[in-house]
Design a protein around this ligand. Structure first.
Ligand code: NAG
Ligand code: NAG
Ligand code: NAG
Ligand code: NAG
Ligand code: NAG
Ligand code: NAG
Ligand code: NAG
Ligand code: NAG
Ligand code: NAG
Ligand code: NAG
Ligand code: NAG
Ligand code: NAG
Length: 692
């Protein structure tokens, strides 16, 4: 006979894989496609013993802190409370009990994205099998099948759809993470509340399931052929790696069994279970090939097939079993000679694609015995970007989240995907984003300012205002190289402000707000040692007068000569603190403002003039007029008023002038054109004439 299979033979057995998404379902059949669906959740008998080391087994939705050992698999399942933040537990009321893990779900009515964070022992760079189960079971009594998305890290893994409320949807992937943790996220697409029944992670050997193409392997299906039990599912402990094998039978195939199913095929990293490899399928008619085809929904998807062979019979000296594998009538593989008690794995280094993949195993002329096949695994290749936020930032944010027990929807990657970025964050816009802004104001933070903040190296803006933070203002905040805005107002901080932080503030590199910290010393009177000129506290704040394009800052205080200290204390107690760096002389002000030639406003305190510093920075100079009747008391009244309207935004004081006769405050001037980046989008109005 010609070893090329005649086409008429090819339709000998139809094993059709219908792929919807990537979840393949096997439809076994007669030549003309009468179909019966394949069972998914049949119990596996208990056999062998193996180590559960490295397994992560989560039964989602059971009571927090609880755990149990599954009767059938002896796998130890724990509650998911440690792995996720949100969600509501439900019991599933379904009479026929499929498996204990499916009898509870955790449902996520709130938040667009909710994640489970898995941290496998072996960490990044290793290969893992990750598996999620979903069984709706009408847990919410709404009788509405939801549709939602499953993400692995920042990448979409699959869409979860249900055909039947009682049917289990299982998603499985073989993946090598680039980080030590793996986020599995459920994303609400507006088509029903996401939920999950169980989540599992199993470590695999690095050298198993290797391939030449990039990407992770999404399981389509994994079949055990020749099993004498129908509706039979093999998993742990028969399979040391806890793969789930679905048995497959059809009337045109015959089962042959070795009779030593406890044998462990540990000679290669695939560690195939004896119970799977000790049975095989062979064509009933020995002179015909063993054929099957896979129908693909999406012909552009790339498939990887792993075929597993092992001789099941004790061959006599002159017996031989040799066959070739054909795909669509083209020779696909070198002749296969299955060995006894050893698994031969066949796969091609390249993936295959097409709408229908027709495989035929054809015995060679010299072969006495017909072809066999013991098992088959079909995967879809899926490339994941695996991009993440800068890992130092992720670590720092996780620490901050846990230290302060932040109650926000802070799950998954902080910056990516953009749609699900953590609340209160701004990130740089590149492949591996870094945090540039963190706003944790009004977040009920308690305790000290944690050193983790200093690990956010790209941070430009940090707002921790209006919490209950205690302890001192730490020096490490000054070490953040890009920090230009720091708001610690409205806390319970005490002690003095680190010198280096004040220096940054003074020289204009940092906009700082420390107000409403009753025990925080920012004035000279606290330590008595600091340079008398060091700090000029002022109350800064803004109000939104619906006026034009102008801007400016406000607030202040100070006093002349002997009243100086008292005024400083008053501000320290009362208002948010702003201080400027440099002291200007009156003649410098004349230069800066070109002899006060450009007046941009008028207030009770005096006129406001536009000026330009030597470095080109535009400033607003608020000059106390000689004729002003406003004295220290009026000043305090203004300060109080300002405090009431206060802080929407902050403007830095650039300097002051107090040469005994003349008093002036110099603010950064931000017209439309040169708003500082950190305040972009904020309109700052000049505060004028609000003196009474
Ligand atoms: C689920 O059932 C268990 C006992 O069967 C019960 O203790 C638990 O409170 C139930 N949980 C919910 C969310 O109803
Ligand atoms: C699902 O199971 C429940 C309880 O066993 C049963 O009442 C219901 O009819 C089943 N639904 C379907 C669509 O099979
Ligand atoms: C698997 O590969 C990773 C990275 O290549 C390596 O760190 C790890 O040690 C390897 N594991 C084993 C078991 O060889
Ligand atoms: C849901 O997903 C579809 C496509 O995947 C998208 O077009 C749609 O906008 C999404 N809906 C929501 C609410 O996110
Ligand atoms: C897979 O890994 C094994 C063991 O490391 C190696 O012998 C084999 O050549 C690899 N195959 C491919 C396709 O990389
Ligand atoms: C087996 O197949 C051959 C070739 O198709 C055919 O000639 C023969 O009749 C078949 N035998 C049986 C028992 O069906
Ligand atoms: C194999 O050898 C045995 C005896 O040695 C003989 O009876 C049998 O017919 C042979 N089978 C084949 C296929 O040659
Ligand atoms: C095999 O043939 C079918 C048509 O019968 C075609 O759709 C498919 O793409 C082919 N597959 C390959 C890998 O050539
Ligand atoms: C932080 O968020 C609060 C609102 O919660 C807002 O008032 C404040 O302006 C924000 N801070 C910054 C620096 O954007
Ligand atoms: C802070 O705590 C108060 C009182 O316990 C609560 O009402 C408020 O919602 C909390 N705010 C945040 C952001 O957690
Ligand atoms: C802040 O914390 C202290 C002690 O930690 C507590 O006594 C005080 O009531 C808290 N203040 C607020 C406003 O929550
Ligand atoms: C501002 O002061 C800090 C701390 O002393 C210093 O590191 C920084 O270089 C200064 N920047 C400018 C622009 O002078």
């Amino acid at each position: 006979m010609d070893s090329r299979p005649p086409l008429v033979w090819l339709i000998f057995v139809l094993a059709t894989i219908m792929s919807s998404g990537n979840n393949l379902e096997l439809v076994a059949g007669k030549p003309h496609n009468a179909a019966s669906t394949f069972p998914h959740d049949h119990p596996s008998p208990l056999r062998l013993a193996a180590d559960t080391q490295g397994f992560i087994s989560i039964d989602c939705g059971i009571a927090p802190g609880s755990s149990y050992t599954d009767d059938r698999t002896q796998i130890h399942y724990t509650s998911d409370a440690e792995f996720t933040d949100n969600g509501i537990n439900y019991n599933v009321s379904r009479s026929e009990n499929p498996s204990k893990q499916l009898m509870n779900v955790r449902s996520f009515p709130e938040g667009a994205r909710n994640c489970y964070t898995l941290e496998p022992e072996k960490g990044k760079g290793n290969k893992y099998l990750i598996r999620a189960f979903f069984m709706y079971g009408n847990y919410d009594s709404k009788n509405q099948l939801p549709v939602f998305k499953l993400y692995l890290g920042v990448d979409k893994w699959d869409t979860i759809k249900f055909k039947n409320p009682n049917k289990t949807v299982r998603k499985e992937i073989i993946h090598v993470p680039k980080t030590d943790y793996i986020d599995v996220c459920l994303v609400n697409n507006g088509s029903g509340t996401p939920f999950i029944s169980a989540l599992e992670l199993r470590p695999l050997d690095n050298s198993s399931y290797n391939k030449t193409e990039l990407g992770s392997l999404l399981l389509s299906n994994r079949w055990d052929f020749g099993s004498d039990q129908e509706k039979f599912q093999v998993r742990y402990k028969d399979d040391a790696l806890d793969r789930i094998w679905n048995s497959y039978k059809n009337p045109f195939w015959e089962s042959i069994t070795a009779g030593f199913e406890s044998y462990s095929y540990s000679d290669n990293p695939f560690k195939l279970p004896g119970i799977v490899m000790s049975t095989a399928a062979t064509p009933k008619n020995e002179s015909e090939p063993l054929s099957f085809f896979l129908d693909m929904d999406n012909p552009s998807q790339r498939f990887y097939l792993f075929m597993h062979f092992s001789e099941v019979l004790q061959l006599q000296g002159n017996q031989s079993r040799v066959f070739t594998i054909w795909l669509n009538g083209t020779l696909w593989n070198d002749p296969v000679v299955p060995k006894r008690c050893s698994s031969t794995r066949i796969f091609r280094t390249n993936s295959v694609r097409g709408s229908r993949l027709l495989f035929s195993l054809v015995k060679t002329d010299e072969s006495a015995l017909p072809p066999i096949i013991n098992a088959l695994e079909v995967y879809v290749i899926k490339e994941f970007s695996q991009s993440t936020t800068d890992q130092d930032d992720v670590e720092a944010m996780k620490k901050i989240k846990s230290v302060y027990m932040v109650r926000r929807n802070w799950q998954g990657d902080p910056c990516l995907p953009m749609d699900y970025q953590w609340d209160g964050l701004k990130c740089s816009d590149n492949g591996s984003p870094t945090l540039i802004s963190l706003n944790l104001s009004y977040s009920n933070l308690t305790g000290k300012i944690h050193p983790s903040f200093s690990n956010l190296k790209s941070l430009q803006t940090l707002d921790l205002s209006h919490n209950n933070l205690t302890g001192s203002v730490p020096e490490f905040l000054a070490e953040l190289p890009s920090l230009t805005f720091l708001n610690l107002a409205g806390n319970n901080l005490k002690g003095s402000v680190p010198q280096v932080l004040m220096e940054k503030y003074q020289n204009g590199t940092l906009c700082l707000s420390l107000g409403e910290n009753p025990n925080l010393c920012v004035s000279v009177s606290c330590k008595g040692k600091q340079n008398k000129n060091f700090i000029v506290p002022a109350l800064a704040s803004i109000i939104s007068v619906l006026v034009l394009f102008l801007l400016i800052a406000v607030g202040i205080i100070w006093n002349f000569r002997r009243k100086e200290d008292r005024a400083m204390e008053m501000v320290t107690r009362e208002g948010s603190l702003k201080s400027g760096n440099s002291e200007f002389t009156y003649s410098e002000l004349v230069t800066i403002t070109r002899n006060f030639s450009s007046t941009i406003g008028q207030g009770g305190f005096g006129n406001v003039h536009l000026g330009t510093l030597v470095d080109g920075t535009q400033v607003a100079v608020k000059l106390r007029s000689q004729s002003s009747m406003q004295g220290p008391r009026e000043f305090q009244a203004e300060a109080k008023l300002l405090k009431r309207v206060h802080h929407k935004n902050l403007v830095c004081l650039a300097g002051y002038c107090n040469d005994g006769t003349n008093t002036a405050l110099i603010y950064e001037y931000m017209s439309n054109g040169n708003l500082r980046q950190r305040l972009s989008g904020i309109t700052i109005f000049m505060f004028l004439g609000l003196d009474h």
